[in-house]
Design a protein. Structure first.
Length: 390
């Protein structure tokens, strides 16, 4: 999430706080702690077990609210059993756990790509003990293993070229260049990366639909932030400043000189961010909507079914698109607030399904922005050992 300089000035205007952009004042303080992003540098370099080496790449996967909701059980020799971490769910905005399982799909795809790179075939058995129904609550998905993965040495494997994009992959929350529509060539690259015939991919590059989707995504984000219980879910996992990020390298990270000074002057606290009328509350909305008008193109993933294996498959397809976008120099950012299944979002979601002409009974699993922008820095990741059960 990003707020423009103009938006920040508008938000903070009238507070009486003046910042001097000199010396260390607004340029060097509160940098992203290196410990929070070291997982991106050389994944698995210190690991001899191929399972841990592959998992070190998998934990770089995109996932809802950066909750990193994965547990990898290595107690069976030669195998990995992947579980949902029950303490890392988002029951208010993801009441059925659909998006959390999409995040397990992204994890599995990166694990598979890493295994191939090392000459191992990943045999992935989804939900070996069964799965919760798609309409059961989020907590139910943690009752069943998501997958059992066996890694089998196979000298005939050809590595997937998308592996090379894993460390550079980003979810770019910046405003995109509004003067550049997604090129047809790059759109073709994205379509070619979707290798699952059960996954429908739609890209809208020009015409009136992107403007309609900009309005709907803005309204959905605003609704989420003005609904107290869904806002609270985000506020609870905010990490404000480098110290908090270093202590908990997950969730929604807010760091940099602006946030350092706001926190220092008591203008940025969790309670103020929850309180309408405060600078922190309005600033949070402006900050979250910094990208809203700067989106030339959108894409979305649709499936005919919506059972748990399909949700995982949608995540695998999504991260392949994200990797291909990275390789092609395309910026990509998920904006799936419209797809969240809590009651207040129903009307906006119905309108979205209408304007996109989604077939009756089908499910849009992911919605994302596409365009061109400078790549941001990596997001925090927990240490690999925090995910492991050994």
């Amino acid at each position: 999430m990003v707020i423009s300089r103009r938006g920040f000035i508008r938000t903070i205007g009238g507070t009486g706080v003046v910042f001097a952009a000199t010396g260390i004042g607004l340029t060097q303080c509160d940098q992203m702690p290196s410990s929070a992003i070291e997982a991106w540098a050389t994944p698995g370099a210190d690991r001899r077990d191929i399972r841990e080496w592959a998992l070190a790449h998998a934990l770089l996967a995109p996932n809802p609210h950066n909750m990193q909701p994965w547990i990898a059980d290595l107690r069976e020799e030669g195998a990995i059993t992947l579980h949902v971490d029950p303490d890392r769910l988002l029951p208010e905005t993801d009441p059925y756990g659909r998006q959390i399982l999409i995040g397990h799909g992204t994890f599995l795809e990166l694990l598979d790509l890493a295994a191939q790179q090392a000459g191992y075939r990943a045999r992935i058995d989804l939900f070996p003990n069964g799965s919760a129904s798609a309409t059961s609550d989020a907590a139910s998905i943690a009752q069943y293993p998501v997958a059992r993965i066996g890694l089998i040495k196979d000298g005939s494997l050809q590595p997937d070229p998308l592996f090379a994009a894993i460390q550079a992959r980003r979810s770019c929350k910046e405003p995109f260049d509004v003067e550049r529509d997604l090129s047809e060539g790059h759109a073709a690259d994205l379509r070619a990366s979707n290798i699952d015939p059960a996954i429908g991919l739609t890209l809208t590059l020009t015409g009136s639909l992107p403007a309609t989707l900009r309005d709907l995504t803005r309204d959905a984000m605003t609704l989420e932030m003005k609904t107290p219980r869904t806002l609270r879910e985000s506020i609870d996992v905010m990490r404000i400043g480098a110290d908090e990020i270093a202590e908990n390298p997950d969730g929604i990270d807010l760091n940099g000189p602006m946030f350092w000074w706001l926190k220092k002057f008591g203008l940025m606290t969790r309670e103020k961010a929850m309180t309408p009328g405060t600078m922190a509350y309005q600033g949070g909305i402006d900050y979250a909507l910094g990208w809203a008008d700067a989106t030339p193109s959108f894409g979305w993933i649709t499936t005919e079914h919506n059972d748990r294996p399909t949700q995982v498959a949608a995540g695998r397809a999504y991260v392949r698109l994200n990797l291909q976008a990275t390789a092609s120099g395309v910026a990509m950012h998920p904006v799936s607030q419209l797809l969240q299944e809590y009651p207040e979002m129903t009307d906006l979601q119905r309108r979205f399904y209408g304007v996109t002409e989604t077939p009756s009974g089908h499910t849009v699993q992911m919605l994302f922005r596409l365009g061109y922008a400078e790549s941001p820095g990596p997001t925090p990741r927990r240490p690999l050992d925090a995910l492991l059960r050994t």
